[in-house]
Design a protein around this ligand. Structure first.
Ligand SMILES: C[S@@+](CC[C@H](N)C(=O)[O-])C[C@H]1O[C@@H](n2cnc3c(N)ncnc32)[C@H](O)[C@@H]1O
Length: 209
């Protein structure tokens, strides 16, 4: 019971995920892909706004957790997939989210973004978020086919880095995150400077099909 509540709701207490969720809830529509979905909490919350939801992650443990706690009525098609090579045809999705994943894709970030854009329909939007330094390092194709907007906000670097490190889907993650959420909020208040976190919205030009 506690675990179910936790795995469904943790992100509401996480200041960075809440900020990201503000973007996500207004951009997801139609057929939606959550790329690197983790335990599926955000996937489930967003699925109420979509016609169809697919969610993939390279971790079998994350997908098993998502299936167990975040797939009521089996509405969401979860699958184990590497973002380097998605098993979906071109132009499959109206909206794609990649929340806090790109920082873990060192050496192949651009390949991942190209793959996300490949599976997005013309007129559709890709959301990529992570620490600014990972997102700024992306060479998003700038050949006139895409409209790119960047949004910087929230500090929280220290707590976020530690949290992402410890949340690598280990068994004691629940306990750990309970300790970390207050630290996150403190981090937001105490650390000076701005824009440690970045959201990139890439719209693939064209008529929404
Ligand atoms: C910090 S978690 C974020 C999970 C989820 N998006 C969220 O916001 O709760 C990063 C996730 O990216 C996944 N990941 C890392 N590299 C990946 C890759 N190459 N392909 C698919 N998933 C990947 C990890 O397994 C992990 O579940």
């Amino acid at each position: 019971m506690f675990k179910e509540f936790y795995f469904r709701n943790w992100f509401w207490f996480h200041p960075i995920r809440r900020w990201e969720y503000g973007f996500l809830k207004s951009m997801v529509s139609g057929k939606f892909l959550d790329a690197g979905c983790g335990n599926g909490a955000i996937t489930l919350a967003l699925s109420a706004r979509t016609l169809e939801t697919c969610a993939v992650d390279v971790s079998d443990v994350a997908i098993a957790t998502a299936e167990k706690y975040n797939n009521p009525g089996e509405k969401i098609a979860y699958g184990i997939m590497d973002l380097k090579k998605l098993g979906f045809p071109d132009c499959s999705f109206d909206s794609v989210a990649c929340v806090s994943v790109i920082g873990q894709c060192s050496g192949f970030k651009d390949e991942v973004v190209s793959e996300l854009l490949r599976v997005t329909k013309p007129g559709g939007t890709v959301f990529v978020s992570a620490l600014s330094r990972y997102v700024d390092a992306l060479k998003v194709l700038d050949d006139g086919r895409f409209e790119v907007s960047r949004f910087y906000a929230l500090k929280g670097r220290v707590a976020r880095e530690l949290f992402d490190f410890f949340m690598a889907y280990r068994d004691w993650r629940t306990l750990f995150s309970i300790v970390f959420f207050p630290l996150f909020w403190l981090d937001q208040l105490l650390i000076k400077g701005k824009g440690e976190t970045c959201v990139l919205l890439i719209r693939k030009k064209g008529v929404v099909g």
